[in-house]
Design a protein around this ligand. Structure first.
Ligand code: SF4
Length: 125
């Protein structure tokens, strides 16, 4: 998921486009020489205990991460599943994060929505 949905400025990979180094069978063709940005990235599913196995990115079509620049809590969706963030289990998790005080955004391509602690949502520019 992260090798597809994220924009990687370091080697001009656009968001939503599968990295040309990604093997169709899974994994990275240049794993031992992959760029530092790839070595450093860890999604919330990998690092946070409250993100359970059902929220695994490839299972949900949604990658959970903290934006290092803005500190926003992001649910970045597979472009083929732009509404994956609305899945009840995922949505419950996102509302819980909003209640913790995070600014929570769901993104799909150029579209974004804010998710509020009361469960309301609104398009986000
Ligand atoms: S270089 Fe490898 S780890 Fe980095 S985005 Fe491409 S496939 Fe993924």
């Amino acid at each position: 998921m992260c090798c597809q949905v994220l924009d990687i400025e370091e080697f001009d990979k656009k968001a939503g486009v599968l990295c040309s180094n990604c093997k169709l069978t899974g994994g990275c063709k240049i794993y031992k020489k992959r760029p530092q940005v790839c070595r450093d990235f860890e999604c919330e599913w990998l690092t946070e205990r409250d993100v359970g196995p059902m929220l695994k990115p490839d299972r949900q079509g949604t990658l959970l991460m903290i934006d290092a620049d803005t500190d926003e809590y992001l649910a970045v969706c597979d472009p083929k599943k732009p509404n994956a963030w609305r899945n009840p289990l995922m949505f419950k998790h996102l509302v819980a994060k909003a209640k913790e005080g995070h600014t929570v955004l769901a993104k799909a391509g150029l579209m974004a929505w804010r998710i509020y602690p009361n469960g309301e949502t609104a398009p986000w520019a």
